[in-house]
Write a protein that binds this ligand. Structure first.
Ligand code: HEM
Ligand code: HEM
Length: 126
């Protein structure tokens, strides 16, 4: 099931590139590129759906890779941080406060770090 692993990586890259695209738009283009603004608006709409999809497909991938069990693994750490960040993301959507947006981005960095551990040393906890 290598396909599902790499499908998950594509979804993860999409999620992680969102803050980079927002910063690029703000600092480099200063919000003046209409097409980019439009794309980001779409990107914002799609983002939570991609997040939820990754949580579900990540769970399926993990369950398959661990042969029908779910033990504590670098993959489950990654999934756990993603779920926590999902809650923060939806809470931010409701409250729209800057602190929650920043927290969501910082936990996003923890997601990236957990993915690196999962990829480089998947059996770190065993
Ligand atoms: C949520 C996002 C996840 C992503 C993006 C991801 C990504 C990957 C990638 C790229 C690989 C290496 C390619 C391969 O062996 O197919 C891999 C392997 C693996 N993943 Fe995940 N994974 C995720 C979640 C999980 C979860 C939740 C678990 C288990 C609880 C898990 C368990 C494993 C295992 C056991 C391997 C094989 C390690 C080995 O022996 O080489 N993964 N994952
Ligand atoms: C993997 C790492 C992730 C990163 C780096 C990330 C990044 C971001 C960023 C930069 C924003 C915009 C904040 C702002 O306006 O300044 C955002 C919004 C949001 N994120 Fe994420 N996110 C991640 C994962 C997730 C996941 C897994 C979910 C859901 C399961 C999620 C749900 C949301 C929601 C609901 C919003 C608000 C969207 C809106 O404004 O309408 N995020 N995220």
């Amino acid at each position: 099931m290598k396909y599902l692993s790499w499908f998950n990586v594509i979804l993860l890259i999409y999620l992680l590139s969102f803050p980079l695209a927002l910063e690029l738009n703000k600092r480099v283009f200063r919000g003046k590129k209409k097409k980019f603004n439009k794309a980001l608006k779409m990107g914002r709409k799609v983002h939570p759906y991609v997040g939820i999809t990754l949580i579900v497909t990540g769970l399926i991938h993990g369950y398959n890779k661990l042969g029908g069990t779910l033990s504590f693994h670098t993959g489950s750490l990654l999934l756990l941080i993603l779920i926590i960040n999902g809650f923060i993301g939806f809470y931010y959507k409701k409250k729209r406060n800057k602190k929650l947006a920043t927290t969501h981005r910082i936990v996003g960095m923890a997601v990236a770090a957990a993915f690196l551990l999962h990829y480089i040393n998947p059996w770190f906890f065993q």
